[in-house]
Design a protein. Sequence first.
Length: 227
Amino acid sequence: MNFIDYSGFFNSPELTALISLRDKNYARKNNRDNFIESLKCDTRKIIFPHQTHSSNISIVDKSNSYPETDGLISTTKNLGIGILIADCSPVFLFGANSDHCGIIHSGWKGAAGQITTNALKKFIDLGNKPSEIKAVIGPSIDKCCFEIGRDVAQHFSSKNLLSKKGSKLNLDLKNEIYEELMNAGLSKKNIYRDGYCTFCEEEKFFSYRREGALAGRMIAMMIVKSR
């Protein structure tokens, strides 16, 4: 199994935080289960929402039903969370003193609805101080390739828009998410931005923009295990 492991950044021996590469299509449950089992995790205890590009966040329990949800928070050890990705950014959150973990699926619709801010508010309501929260902004389509129209551009800061010929612009999605994290009070040293562009790196990542409706999905997941 091929994946990018962010666990070390969070500096917790009990935490696993990673995103797969495009070796298999993890939208297929059997592939997803095989991947999870390879990490010595119980497939029944990695919870996935029904993603709809919303800005909705849920705190997970033992239920497997999270409709119209694009972000999950787990406050329970051995109960992990996951999302599927193909150009949108996975955002990983971890409370250094609480062992709470969160994972967010943020494309332009999620960023326009400030899904990362919504997740951070829930994190803080759960007792996490902003200075104690660490975050990773994972691979996504980057500003070099993320072309949008003026109708979409109106939702974003002008400094995160790159002008192109005609009516098109390019969006710096990762910086939009980074600014949400900073505005919530996180420290720069506690934020890591992965530089990979899913559109450019064809051998590493699936890309909906590049491949269309037949594009596969990567899996991004987090779990805090008991020692």
